[in-house]
Structure formats: C-alpha cells, structure tokens
Design a binder for this molecule. Structure first.
Ligand SMILES: *[C@@H]1O[C@H](CO)[C@@H](O)[C@H](O)[C@H]1NC(C)=O
Ligand SMILES: *[C@@H]1O[C@H](CO)[C@@H](O)[C@H](O)[C@H]1NC(C)=O
Ligand SMILES: *[C@@H]1O[C@H](CO)[C@@H](O)[C@H](O)[C@H]1NC(C)=O
Ligand SMILES: *[C@@H]1O[C@H](CO)[C@@H](O)[C@H](O)[C@H]1NC(C)=O
Ligand SMILES: *[C@@H]1O[C@H](CO)[C@@H](O)[C@H](O)[C@H]1NC(C)=O
Ligand SMILES: *[C@@H]1O[C@H](CO)[C@@H](O)[C@H](O)[C@H]1NC(C)=O
Length: 296
C-alpha cells in the first residue's frame, strides 16, 4: 500500500519536472508565413493606393511592436530616382527581376518580434530585423508575388539604430537572412550602416558570449542534460531513501507485533492490526495471526 503511494508521488514529481523542461523552450514562428500574412494584410488594408505614397499597414493587436509600411511605384521611377524611407535608402539603378512595370515594396521593422522569427546561431541579435521586400503589383491585387532586385548601381543602405555596447565592445556585424535558414555576414560600411544587395531581412549581430567557438545550442543542451541528470539522480536517491524508510517502518512494526504477540500469550491478549483483543488461553491462534501480520 505505502509503496504504491510513494511510486505515485514519484511519478507526479517526475512529470512536473519534465513538463517544466518543455515549457522552458522558446518558440519560433515561421517567417515565410509572416511574409504571406503581411502581404495579405497590406492588400486588405490599402485599397487602390496612390503611386509613390507610403502607407502604414495596420496589424492585429497580437502583432503590436511591428511596423510595416508599403509603397507602390513604377519600376522606372525606382530606376531613375531611387527611394528613401525610414531606415532604408534605395539608390537609383535598381531593377526588379523579373522586370515588372509596377512593383510594391514593403518596408518592415519587426521590432521586439525579431528574435521570434529570426535567429543567428552562435550570434546575438543587437538590432531589430529590418526587411525590404519587393512584390509584383498587378491591377487585380495590390501585391501578389515576390520578386527580386538586381542592383546595377550602388547597393541599398540600411541604417540601424545605435545599440549600447554593453560588454566586450564587440563591433556588430551585418547579417542577412537568406532562403533556407542561411545567414550571410558582412562588415558594416560605417557604424550601424549595412549594405544590401538584394531584397530580404537584415539585422546586426555580435558573437555570442562567452565564446563564439562554442555553439549556443550545444551549451544549452549540455546545461539541460546536466540539469536533467542531477535532477534524476536526486530523485533516485530520494526514492531509495523513502523505500528504505518504508521498509524499516514495516520491519519495526512486524517486530513490534511479534513482541506483542509473544507478550499476548502471557497476558491472554492478541493483536488484529493495531487492536488489542483478549484471548482465551485455550485457543492457539498464534500461527494464523502471524500470517495475517505478514500480509499487512
Ligand atoms: C506610420 O507610422 C509611423 C510610426 O508608427 C508614424 O510615425 C507615421 O506618421 C505613420 N504614417 C502614416 C502615414 O500614418
Ligand atoms: C494573431 O492573430 C491572428 C488572427 O487574428 C492569427 O492568424 C495569427 O496567427 C496570430 N499571430 C500570432 C503571432 O499570434
Ligand atoms: C512587443 O511590445 C508590445 C508593446 O510595445 C507588446 O504589446 C508585445 O506583446 C510585444 N511583443 C513581444 C513578442 O514581446
Ligand atoms: C535619399 O537620400 C540620399 C542622401 O541620404 C540623397 O542623396 C538622395 O537624393 C535621396 N533620394 C531620394 C529619392 O530622396
Ligand atoms: C570584417 O573586418 C575584419 C577586420 O576588421 C576582418 O578580419 C573580417 O574578415 C571582415 N569580415 C568580413 C565578413 O568581411
Ligand atoms: C557554431 O560554431 C561552431 C564552432 O565554430 C560550429 O561548429 C557550428 O557549426 C556553428 N553553428 C552554426 C549553426 O553555424
């Protein structure tokens, strides 16, 4: 009985421990579906936009913290004049690929959502992820499919907000998130200025502390494994101690009963469980009682 209950308690402890491990992991969202969602949102919010005018895309409240703007323009205008907006500077001589007459550009600041959608293994992001995304713009839909840029002149410049240099004075490095989870690095051209040679998402990173050589995920894994092993060993020891205590208590109870029953023979009493009963001196019930005690 007692043993059974202890196993139940142990099981509950172990499952609580495991569920706390699972809850501790960070969730990542799919940035591909974010792109698709932002497109849809831009189309939904902005009906028949004027060419060359920037519109803020309004987002559902569960995306608070992101800032998305959209502009529609003629390719020829982009090629001739380029475009400046917020943190982005698009110089002249950018050609959409495939060449479309009209395009739409989404300027994205993912703000405090950046690290939920993008991460750079072995590095820490020190700036939000900024995106410059080009889309074909047809008559039926404001935006429909992604297109690329070909840059024939100067590159696009992305100006990041200054980050406080908290430790080690690491110089941030520009990072570009490419398709398939690849990250490309480039040195800043000036402090907090990154060059971009294509559309996509960019950020600034510094090598992760303590050492860029040790992969972050591995450090986390070893910490988890260590924690798990220590926790498990502790649990096993706890269970062993509890089992020993239960066993000891049982043995002591049996010994006590044996002693009581031998005394009971003298004083004409016997025990059923913990109740002392008078015993007729003529009835020899002792062996049966001993069996009963052992089953308890
Ligand atoms: C768009 O949003 C930014 C920042 O939230 C704001 O400064 C700007 O005035 C807005 N523009 C328009 C056209 O509403
Ligand atoms: C935000 O809410 C929309 C529905 O309004 C849902 O489709 C979307 O997945 C939610 N996004 C997040 C990050 O919770
Ligand atoms: C980002 O900040 C806004 C408030 O400025 C908050 O409502 C939102 O939940 C935050 N998002 C995340 C992912 O922390
Ligand atoms: C963008 O800004 C640069 C200077 O930062 C300027 O030389 C250029 O003319 C601007 N382009 C447009 C289209 O305003
Ligand atoms: C960045 O500059 C450093 C020197 O300051 C150089 O050693 C490194 O190779 C450069 N990295 C890239 C990606 O160009
Ligand atoms: C992190 O750095 C280590 C050591 O330089 C390397 O073996 C590992 O592949 C890196 N991780 C990623 C995802 O690049």
């Amino acid at each position: 009985m007692g043993l059974h209950r202890w196993w139940q308690v142990t099981l509950v402890i172990v499952s609580l421990f495991l569920s706390s491990l699972v809850d501790g992991s960070q969730t990542y969202y799919d940035h591909e579906s974010l792109d698709a969602f932002l497109c849809k949102q831009a189309n939904k919010e902005i009906k028949s936009p004027r060419t060359g005018v920037f519109y803020n895309v309004s987002l559902p409240c569960n995306f608070t913290g992101m800032e998305i703007s959209v502009v529609r323009l003629r390719s020829v205008s982009l090629w001739l004049r380029g475009m400046n907006y917020s943190f982005f500077s698009l110089p002249p001589r950018i050609v959409p690929r495939p060449n479309e007459k009209r395009i739409a550009i989404l300027f994205e600041n993912l703000g405090n959502w950046s690290s939920h959608y993008y991460n750079v293994p072995n590095y820490t992001m020190v700036a939000p992820a900024f995106g410059v995304m080009a889309y074909r713009s047809s008559k039926s839909a404001l935006i429909d499919r992604k297109i690329n840029f070909t840059i024939q002149g100067d590159p696009i410049i992305i100006r990041f907000p200054h980050v406080e240099q908290n430790r080690k004075n690491d110089t941030p490095i520009c990072a570009k998130f490419s398709a398939g989870g690849l990250v490309k690095f480039k040195n800043m051209t000036r402090p907090y200025f990154c060059e971009a040679h294509s559309q996509g998402h960019y950020t600034l990173v510094v090598p992760s502390f303590p050492s860029p050589k040790e992969p972050q995920s591995k450090r986390f894994n070893t910490r988890w494994v260590l924690g798990f092993v220590i926790g498990f060993v502790g649990l096993v020891i706890l269970v062993l101690i509890l089992l020993a205590l239960v066993k000891e208590a049982k043995r002591r109870r049996i010994r006590k009963m044996e002693r009581n029953s031998s005394v009971g023979e003298l004083f004409d009493t016997f025990w059923i469980g913990e109740t002392k009963l008078p015993l007729a001196s003529t009835i020899r019930t002792q062996p049966i009682l001993e069996n009963e005690d052992a089953n308890h």
